[in-house]
Design a protein around this ligand. Structure first.
Ligand code: GDP
Ligand code: ZN
Length: 463
């Protein structure tokens, strides 16, 4: 095994504060040596042999031979490891203080603290994973939802990488064909007449477009759906927010500093994070403090993916409702929520044909809340069916989207050249190379150091 790096790196491998087990991960050529220096058997003696990939039970000691904690240590021999280097993992059940102490011991024996993303970077450079997979690791760690995590995992398994590879292979085929035409101009490879090349390239362009079209949904899954709840006082906005929370249960965030109304809450709906914003809550809180209110409300309406316009159905549409509806009617993403169904409705969805989406419900009895959830998801996602299954790779990364767009641009240039017939095959071949270059950059077949720095610096330390 040749080591590209002289230094051995170490970091805490589990997110701080999460889980009962902390892992110190070491990668590099001195990993095993360091383990031997700090590991003792239960009887307190040094251990000379660590079998590959076997958990060893023992103690980690400090420089005074004082035990820090009981641990399970595993040595994984290069090159069949995540980074492609020797890896040691020390699993401790102690809290973060203990894990930090172990890390300090490891560092005192010659390892260096890993930079953010450095483990993944080594894995990438040692050819263990491609760039898309490296990025997926980061996304998996930062995933805020079930579906988001599922997506990242798919990407890590190579679903997106394979798609990109498929596109490259198809393009290479076309290129070979064109080059044959350049090299043997007398042969009967009449590329410009047959339209064969054009068809092939168009096919690739369509595949790229299809992949790019998943970006919007991918982003929603990653970042969550922003839902603004609006309506005049007492129609039941806060109750609705609470009803959704109760149905979906998983409360994640609460912005502090509010007394009566919750301002923003996150729940997961079918695995997708929903960020619910009670705009009255915003207005009330701000009125008290800063007296600006309305502007904030308008801004949160602008930023919302979905707006829930709540009215009190037991009363019907009032003058004040009408005022609010004037602002909302121009928007595509509004769901009219006719609340207080349990009291009997004076207005039904059937009579509200002005509104594209409408739900009758009761925040009190929670009847109709499920239906509302479905409507929200269907309104925001372009392809809710496929996406909720989480089987197709989706684009979630801006970098990937940009590179796919530029590959498409190059290919459209090729088609243009073929159509006008002015360009020589050499020129066409150059545009195809451009497209190949862009696709290659996605998976990291073509990389620049700057690009790697930017990508890997987004990682958490220890990954
Ligand atoms: P907000 O000012 O729009 O946030 O309205 P609230 O959520 O504070 O609700 C105003 C009043 O309406 C409260 O007394 C709620 O208990 C009541 N309320 C809200 N939703 C319903 C409902 O679906 N049915 C009934 N019967 N009462 C409701
Ligand atoms: Zn309220």
């Amino acid at each position: 095994m040749d080591y590209l790096w002289e230094d051995t790196i170490a970091a805490i491998g589990t997110p701080i504060g999460k889980g009962a087990i902390g892992i110190v991960r070491i990668s590099g050529k001195d990993s095993l040596k360091i383990l031997k220096e700090i590991f003792r058997t239960k009887e307190g003696s040094k251990k000379e042999k660590f079998e590959n990939r076997k958990m060893h039970y023992g103690l980690v000691v400090d420089r005074f031979e004082e035990p820090i904690d009981e641990v399970l240590a595993v040595y994984m021999r290069a090159p069949k490891t995540f980074t492609g280097e020797d890896i040691v993992e020390i699993h401790s059940h102690g809290g973060i203080v203990v894990v930090r102490k172990i890390l300090r011991e490891v560092l005192s024996k010659g390892a260096r603290l890993a930079e953010p993303g450095e483990f993944s970077m080594r894995a990438f450079i040692n050819g263990k994973i491609d760039l898309v997979q490296a990025e997926a690791i980061n996304e998996l760690i930062n995933a805020t939802s079930e579906v988001g995590a599922k997506l990242a995992l798919k990407q890590l398994e190579g679903a997106l990488s394979n798609k990109i590879k498929e596109l490259r292979d198809k393009l290479l085929e076309v290129k070979a064909y064109i080059e044959a035409a350049v090299d043997f101009p007398d042969e009967e490879i009449e590329i410009f007449e047959t339209g064969h090349i054009r068809e092939k390239i168009l096919e690739i362009v369509e595949k790229i477009e299809k992949l790019v079209s998943t970006y919007k949904d991918g982003k929603v899954l990653k970042e969550g759906i922003k839902v603004a709840i609006v309506g005049r006082p007492n129609v039941g906005k806060s109750s609705l927010l609470n009803a959704i929370l109760k149905e979906e249960r998983a409360i994640v965030t609460e912005i502090p500093g509010t007394t009566r109304d919750i301002i923003e809450e996150t729940v997961t709906l079918k695995g997708i994070p929903l960020r619910l914003i009670d705009t009255a809550g915003i207005r009330e809180a701000i009125d008290k403090v800063e007296q600006i209110g309305i502007e904030r409300t308008m801004k949160s309406l602008e930023e919302a993916d979905v707006i829930l316009f709540v009215i009190d159905g037991s009363i019907g549409f009032t003058e004040e409702d009408r005022k609010i509806s004037k602002v909302l009617k121009k928007k595509e993403n509004v769901i009219l929520v006719i609340n207080k169904k349990d009291l009997g409705l004076k207005l039904s969805c059937r009579e509200s044909i002005d509104w594209k989406e409408c739900v009758e419900l009761s925040a009190k009895s929670t009847e109709g809340i499920d239906e509302l959830g479905e409507k929200i998801v269907n309104l925001v996602l372009l392809e809710p069916e496929t996406i909720l299954k989480g089987e197709e790779p989706l684009l979630t990364n801006e970098r990937h989207r940009e590179l796919l767009e530029s590959a498409k641009k190059s290919l459209l240039k090729v088609i243009d050249s073929l159509d006008t017939g002015f360009e020589s095959p050499e020129f066409i071949s150059m545009d195809i190379d451009e497209a190949l270059y862009s696709l290659g950059k996605i998976v990291g077949q073509v990389t620049t150091e700057d690009m790697l720095d930017i990508i890997f610096s987004k990682f958490c330390i220890g990954k």
